[in-house]
Design a protein around this ligand. Structure first.
Ligand SMILES: *Cc1c(COP(=O)(O)O)cnc(C)c1O
Length: 417
């Protein structure tokens, strides 16, 4: 397709014609040919409240009628201040200072820059490299590409052009005593012992690696890793862009381990698809390394759209709805439903099924097995978009039993044809 619009993650020459959406409501997307699809993946896991949410719409409209945006340089406003306070209140104890930006990738760039300057401000200018996990995905911009998996991941082609960083094998088991968790921790310790002079931070997607294949691992891994970080003077960064706001069954994945990272990043569910907004939240320890009489120690960062008032207003309303509507209970029922359907589901070519919170994945042996799945799903009235070897669902938390049942039937049905 030689269209004006260049589509994401696609070979434009061979890509299938995308389906044109004319409206969306709740968990349903309507196409221009009148077909209605249940969205099983909530638009890359961000539409947690469903589409066209009355209260979120109203929050946006109310704020637009006041003002949409003013620069945060020299000016401030209630939506940004209140959202910062609310995020400090609901995130793990100790995360006290919120820096806003406009997407998950940029929020992670901010985290990396903050971690480097944390050390630079203390004269430790050699501490500038990062350790991440294999299969990690932290976004698409240049800095975070360097900490995303450059071998198995989608940025392999550019790997040699990126900043050199370190990576260790990913833990891939819910049992911290398992061979893979222990191997990963040993690798981390060895790397720290050898290179801690130059390592600024260890970065993970806690408990669940999203775009790396919905890989799940033991919460205790985070406790062990944090001990190693503390021992070796390395910051610990949680990328909760995908896991934040309930996806793993807790409000934040960090809560599974009761670990407070030095820096935590939120995106996706924060505004639930209404606007681009991310939050990079730091502990007092990190903040204090910048807090000084010297302007040289200030954090020199400030996206144009930082703290966008409409985005912040929608995020505040979203958090209110999340609690009032008891989403954690809804997520629990979704998890039970998915566990009942997927755990124990096996068949030719199925490598593993995994469920956590409002996420279920069927991992197959060979990506070719999923070829043609999306069309099959659309013909069955469901929107799902597998990637590589992973056929997954990550529904909006408002999805009812009947719709979820349909999503699951389509996923399993593919293997039972
Ligand atoms: C989606 C995602 C990002 C990138 O967020 P964008 O808003 O797409 O830039 C970063 N980290 C994780 C874990 C993600 O899932």
């Amino acid at each position: 397709m030689k269209t004006s619009l260049w589509y994401p993650y696609a070979q434009m020459k061979t890509m299938a014609t995308p389906r044109r959406v004319t409206s969306a409501q709740g968990v349903t997307i309507e196409l221009d040919d009148g077909r209605r699809l249940i969205d099983g993946i909530s638009s890359w896991w961000c539409i947690i409240h469903g589409y066209n949410h009355r209260e979120l719409n109203q929050a946006a409209i109310d704020q637009i009628q006041q003002f949409s945006h003013v620069m945060l340089g020299g000016l401030t406003h209630a939506p940004a201040e209140r959202l910062a306070e609310e995020l400090v209140r609901i995130t793990p104890e100790g995360l006290n200072h919120v820096f806003f930006s406009d997407s998950g990738s940029v929020g992670m760039e901010v985290a990396m820059k903050m971690a480097m300057q944390y050390w630079f401000n203390q004269g430790r200018t050699e501490k500038r490299r990062f350790v991440s996990l294999k299969r990690a995905y932290h976004g698409d911009t240049t800095g975070v590409m360097s900490i995303s998996d450059g071998e198995e991941g989608m940025h392999a082609l550019l790997a040699q052009a990126l900043l050199p960083q370190y990576s260790i094998p990913a833990p891939q088991s819910m049992n911290v005593q398992s061979e893979c968790c222990q191997r990963s921790l040993r690798a981390l310790e060895l790397l720290f012992e050898e290179k801690k002079r130059e390592i600024a931070a260890f970065v993970v997607e806690p408990i669940m690696q999203g775009a790396g294949g919905f890989n799940l691992y033991a919460p205790e891994y985070l406790i062990e890793a944090q001990k190693l970080c503390k021992e070796h003077d390395v910051l610990f960064i949680f990328d909760e862009v995908a896991t934040g706001f309930g996806r793993t069954g807790k409000l934040f994945a960090a809560e599974h381990a009761e670990v407070t990272p030095d820096i935590m990043v939120l995106g996706k569910g924060l505004t639930a698809g209404y606007f681009g907004l991310a939050a990079t939240i730091a502990t007092t320890k990190v903040f204090d390394a910048f807090y000084d009489d010297s302007p040289d120690k200030a954090f020199m960062h400030g996206p144009t759209f930082m703290g966008h008032a409409v985005a912040c207003s929608v995020a505040l309303k979203g958090i209110e709805v999340f609690h009032r509507e008891r989403y954690l209970d809804k997520i629990k029922s979704i998890q039970r439903h998915l566990e009942g359907e997927f755990l124990g589901f096996s068949g030719e070519g199925i490598r593993e099924t995994r469920v956590l919170g409002a996420m279920g994945v069927i991992e197959v042996e060979d990506a070719k097995q999923l070829k043609g799945f999306s069309s099959y799903a659309v013909d069955s009235g469901v929107w799902l978009r597998p990637f590589e070897r992973y056929l997954y669902t990550a529904p909006a938390y408002i999805m009812d039993e009947a719709s979820l049942g349909k999503v699951v039937r389509v996923m399993k049905g593919w293997f039972e044809r």
